[in-house]
Write a protein that binds this ligand. Structure first.
Ligand code: ARG
Length: 439
């Protein structure tokens, strides 16, 4: 779905308008219908009183629980929505997707801004479909700096919104403010799932060793980890300053100053480069054992997400994926065992192989430990190879959102019969990742 996105003025609703705060609209009813019967007026008054009571109750709840939050409401206009042509109606699914997308965009804007430590969450209070576009009333919640209890500053919020919405889809943004009190009762749950795992182009993979060249923007989370500007390993972008990779990449050198990251589908020229600030190898990675082959790389400056650079989603620790699921591996690694690394990113479709199958004696037997899994084909051919290490093995859900399941770790030779690739299992290390990065 391609749409342009801008923030417009949040109108206070009187008789003729229909955007803005739900509360305003209720209040506006009395003004609009002058010839209401007395009992109706009574009912409406009772209703309004009820709303006020609920609002006060919620306010009291938030104040009592000591949760100091500031909320701002803005109306966002999303233009150029593709409407289902025959009916002209947007299905409720489309609207739900739109709402989700909007909320994620707001998340992304603030998480990637100077207010990221204060931003808590956003919530759509109203979505109004119109011809060709839609208006979304979104309430954003911030935690103000605690010490002096200063306010976050609407100016700062708006200047960030203005700047970002303009660069998002190049439409002029005009933001104004309606501050709201305890609008959303769910504001206490502080789960922010930022925009992740989406890519700007559709999947056209027909099917690394024996893979295909990747299209621009197809795998925007892929990075190349380089030492003295020479590609060593792959890695995956999981946040605007975090990459996850394999610990064995740093076996001989874990000095962050000697490492750089590059983004984009070619190593030369790179789309963008970053310096490595910190390398966190798993504490229990002790070579030559291959267990716990996972590391985190913090880089700077932060990246701004775009069509070509985007973070992937991390699965929940409890997520599981059935054997034979189609998954994709990508990398700049060799096309055959002992071959050279590649300048252009390649992709291959492989399948998850169950532990039962992979632990058979003629496959890898007891070399497969907890926190590892196999993927590929027992017949061979499609596989990762040297230089793909640390890179992603990803899966797509039914909503075309991509998740990181595996990290290229090891394998006997490349693409050989009964010797599929072995990957670090991301769900197994999900809490470790969260403990180090907060993601
Ligand atoms: N350890 C290798 C590297 O350093 C990656 C091995 C993956 N091998 C395989 N057959 N899947 O790049």
């Amino acid at each position: 779905m391609k749409e342009s996105w801008k923030a417009t003025e949040a109108k206070r609703v009187t008789g003729e308008g229909n955007q803005g705060l739900l509360l305003y609209r209720l209040a506006g009813y009395g003004v609009h219908n002058r010839d209401l019967k007395p009992w109706m007026t009574g009912l409406l008054t009772a209703l309004s009183l009820m709303m006020v009571t609920v609002t006060i109750g919620l306010l009291a709840h938030f104040l009592a629980s000591g949760q100091k939050m500031e909320r701002y409401q803005r109306t966002f206009t999303i233009s150029d929505i593709q409407v289902k042509s025959n009916s002209g109606q947007k299905s409720s699914n489309q609207l739900k997707d739109l709402q989700e997308m909007n909320e994620k965009l707001v998340d992304e804007i603030f998480i990637d801004s100077a207010l990221n430590k204060h931003y808590l969450k956003d919530h759509t209070v109203k979505l109004t479909p119109e011809e060709g576009d839609a208006k979304a009333d979104i309430v954003m919640a911030f935690q103000p700096p605690s010490a002096g209890q200063r306010t976050m500053g609407e100016k700062k919020t708006d200047s960030i919104l203005n700047k970002k919405t303009r660069t998002t889809r190049a439409l002029p943004a005009n933001v104004s403010v309606v501050q709201v009190g305890a609008m959303c009762s769910s504001a206490g749950k502080l789960t922010v799932q930022a925009y992740c795992g989406k890519r700007a182009i559709p999947l056209i993979v027909s099917r690394i060793v024996s893979g295909n060249l990747a299209a621009k923007g197809a795998w925007p989370w892929q990075v190349s980890l380089q030492r003295s500007n020479i590609h060593q390993c792959g890695g995956t972008l999981i946040g605007n300053m975090w990459v996850v990779t394999a610990a064995h990449c740093f076996r001989t050198n874990s000095n962050p100053r000697q490492w750089t990251l590059s983004f984009g589908t070619t190593i030369n020229p790179p789309l963008m480069k970053r310096g490595v600030r910190r390398i966190i190898m798993h504490e229990r990675y002790h070579p030559p054992a291959r267990d716990h082959d996972i590391a985190l790389v913090q880089f700077s400056p932060k990246v701004t997400f775009s069509d070509e650079v985007r973070r992937i989603c991390l699965p929940e620790a409890s997520a599981s994926f059935p054997p034979n699921s189609p998954v994709y591996i990508t990398g700049f690694g060799a096309l055959y065992y002992s071959g050279p690394s590649q300048n252009e990113l390649r992709e291959a479709r492989v399948e998850i192989i169950s532990n039962d199958v992979c632990k058979q004696r003629h496959v890898y037997g007891s070399d497969i430990k907890r926190g590892m899994f196999c993927a590929g084909y027992l017949e061979g051919t499609y596989d990762a190879c040297r230089g793909d290490s640390g890179g992603p093995l990803v899966i797509k859900d039914s909503k075309d959102t991509w998740y990181l399941l595996g990290i290229v770790s090891w394998g006997d030779n490349c693409g050989q019969k009964n010797k599929p690739g072995v990957y670090t299992q991301v769900t197994y290390y999900r809490r470790w990742i969260a403990s180090k990065t907060g993601l």
